[in-house]
Structures are given as C-alpha cells and as structure tokens.
Write a new protein. Structure first.
Length: 268
C-alpha cells in the first residue's frame, strides 16, 4: 500500500484480530459496539458516509487498494492497517475476500416515530439476503426508517450489510420490538396507516392510497408477520399478479410495495 500506515498485524492470535473476528456474531457486535464492512465498494461507501470508522484493514496478499479509497480514509483520519493473509481470513466473513475490511461503530439512531412519515417494518424476517435487499430498496425509494422488528435478523450482520449495497449507510436502520414501535407510531400518527403485505390481502396495492403517513410491514415468507403485528395493522394489501406464480419472496414483494408507495408520494 503506497503511503501505508506502518502498522502490520501478522498473527491470527493478535488481540486486535481476535476482537475484530468477534464482530461476525451479533453478541460480539453488541459487546464491542462495532460491525464489519467488507469489500472495496462498500468500504468506499462507508468512508463517504457519516458513520464513525475505527480502522480499515488491508490484506497484504492482495492488490493495492484504490488510491481514492486510501485518500478518503486518510482525510478522515482512519487508520489503514496492513494484515497478513491468515490473520485477515480470521476477520473476513466471505469465502473469497476482496482484501479490504472496515471496522465501523454501530450508530446511535433512536429515530422518533413522529419523524417517520414513510417507514418499512420487517417483522420475523430471518433471511439476511432479504433484509439487506429491503434496506437497499428502502434507500432507493426514500424511506425515513427501516425498523428491524421482533424475530428479524440483526441488520448489521455482514451478510445483511453486503446485500444492502451501501443502503445501510444512507437510510436509518433500527432494531426494536415490532409492537413497541407500531404502537408508538400509531400514537404519533393517529390518521396514519399500517399496511401489511399479505398474499390474500383485502386491497390490491395499486388501488391503495399511500400518500399520507404510512408504514409498510413485511413478514416472513414461511409464516407471515406475527399475530401482534397483524393486530396493529390497519390494512392488508396484495400484489396483483397475472402470471402463473402464486407468490413473491419477501424482498421482491416489499420492494414492489415500496415502489408503488414512492410513485404515489412523488405525485401528490
């Protein structure tokens, strides 16, 4: 690495390497208050965001990092640390790492329900790919908050962060019990609508009015949303389909609803 930091970590048993490797688990992330971001594009997105970055790790067995990435890190005062391949592999979550990992601080969100006029609630959604894709869609369609509710995978797990394609750094994401947030939101927005995606919903999504305050709730593909979330919903929506498929996966269904809501809200 040109202009490298002069810090080189070789052993997988190094205390820093051990600490960072613990961030692959939810317990480790909560204990340390940090999470991992892996890959050139995502690390670059992270460095250009408002997130606090603890360090950028470079696998010395791979190609040099892009100069603009190292320059951004240096401008922000983020340490660039050279790491031996075996030690780097102990931290990496992917099978074939790209040679760069950033360690970022977990954000302190605490978004007030009264500031969420257009939100996405993920209830009982355990697949990291689906959650990350929905964070990416929420970023694309201007959502105020993604609430990862009860039974939903940790939004700062490495797989979710990768699937979000940088959305994690641009849209507020928070974990909280679904019922706690939905109840508080309905108190803040008495005329707001909590809409639940359901294959047998009461209304087709393109016939529903999304222009006011609204939360879109997406549940598990296998079991749907929890009974508690269903009880707090004001409406159930279905996506009209003309082909042979009888259902869509959670990420696709949620993205369709987010697009329709965004389309209507742009034209109000």
């Amino acid at each position: 690495m040109k202009g490298g930091p002069g810090v080189y970590l070789e052993s997988p048993q190094n205390p820093k390497i051990h600490r960072w490797s613990q961030l692959k688990s939810k317990k480790g992330r909560l204990t340390e208050g940090a999470f991992l971001v892996e890959g050139v594009r995502l690390v670059d997105d992270l460095l250009r965001s408002s997130f606090e970055v603890e360090a950028v790790l470079w696998d010395v067995g791979t190609d040099n990092l892009p100069e603009d990435l190292t320059e951004t890190a240096q401008l922000r005062g983020v340490p660039l640390i050279e790491v031996a391949p075996r030690a780097f592999a102990a931290v990496a979550d992917t099978v074939t790492p790209q040679g760069v990992i950033a360690v970022a601080k977990l954000p302190q969100t605490g978004v007030e329900p009264s500031s969420v006029a257009f939100g996405l609630v993920l209830d009982n959604l355990r697949d990291p790919g689906n959650v990350g894709t929905l964070v990416r869609s929420a970023d694309a369609f201007g959502v105020d908050l993604v609430l990862c509710g009860s039974g939903t995978v940790d939004p700062y797990s490495p797989k979710v962060v990768r699937a979000s394609m940088g959305g994690t750094f641009r849209v507020p994401v928070e974990s909280k019990a679904t019922t706690v947030f939905l109840s508080a939101w309905r108190d803040a927005w008495p005329d707001g609508k909590v809409v639940l995606a359901d294959a047998k919903g009461q209304v087709d999504c393109d016939q529903f009015d999304f222009r006011g305050p609204v939360l879109i709730v997406i549940g598990s593909e296998a079991t749907g949303a929890s009974a508690e979330a269903e009880a707090l919903a004001t409406d159930t929506l279905q996506i009209p389909m003309t082909g042979m498929a009888d259902s869509l996966n959670a990420a696709i269904a949620g993205s369709v609803l987010l697009y329709e809501a965004s389309r209507q809200r742009r034209s109000r």
